[in-house]
Design a protein around this ligand. Structure first.
Ligand code: URA
Length: 228
């Protein structure tokens, strides 16, 4: 990859700005100063320095983020804070896809990844990746058998589908539910279908990834094979 493309992908400026950066700053590839913006590097093996500071690079980055309530599962928005704004240096130079959104008023585990095909796979219904949600309802819950047997709910297009809980544990109005799909408002709609309102919703697990000690707004990196 050309050095100007490499640095511009990492948001150091446009190709034109990189050309002047190479003249006005000390940019090194390994031990060699670079002036020519068309020079090629291997991003995986060459190390690039700008004024003595190493440029952080990885082919792909996967983050487990604790989305706080009130953050939008999006990259940009004019009204609300977005989850990608929680990501700080050195990861903030990368573009992330969001795998499996959480509602604005929901919180918990969200996966951000620079690998779009990985994001797609995580969300694919055929993958049946389990997710655990802890919810607080408007009243004590008594319909676990109905949700375990399965019910008909509507998706984002108002098409009906069969939704089924894989496991349910409850303590009065506090319920932990496991499902292996992730359709639009699925958890809220499953509880609504049996007469309950979800007042709080927190996702605590996706596959083998668990929220554990993460606090709202925090994130940690994980490896692709940690998920399953
Ligand atoms: N189900 C919902 O209803 N909301 C979410 O944010 C996630 C799952």
């Amino acid at each position: 990859m050309r050095i100007d493309k490499f640095l511009s992908n990492l948001k150091y400026g446009t190709r034109k700005e990189i050309k002047s950066l190479l003249k006005t700053h000390e940019v090194f590839i390994n031990q060699n100063r670079v002036i020519d913006s068309s020079i090629s590097i291997d991003p995986l093996t060459d190390i690039v320095y700008i004024d003595g500071v190493q440029v952080y690079y990885k082919e792909h980055i996967h983050l487990m983020v604790y989305k706080p309530i009130g953050y939008l599962s999006a990259n940009h928005d004019t009204m609300h804070s977005v989850v990608t704004s929680l990501v700080k240096s050195p990861f903030d130079r990368f573009d992330f896809s969001i795998a499996g959104r959480l509602d604005l008023d929901a919180e918990g585990l969200l996966i951000l990844t620079t690998d779009g095909s990985f994001a797609h796979q995580i969300m694919h219904p055929k993958k049946h990746i389990e997710k655990t949600y802890e919810v607080m309802l408007d009243k004590p819950f008594f319909h676990q058998n109905t949700l375990l047997k399965g019910i008909i709910v509507k998706d984002a297009y108002n098409d009906e589908y069969f939704a089924k809980a894989l496991d349910i544990k409850k303590n009065k109005e506090y319920v932990t539910i496991i499902i292996d799909e992730g359709k639009f408002h699925q958890v809220k709609r499953m509880f609504q279908a049996v007469g309950y309102e979800v007042l709080r919703l927190k996702r605590t697990r996706i596959g083998n990834l668990e929220l554990k000690d993460l606090k709202p707004g925090e994130y940690i990196e994980f490896e692709r094979n940690d998920l399953e």
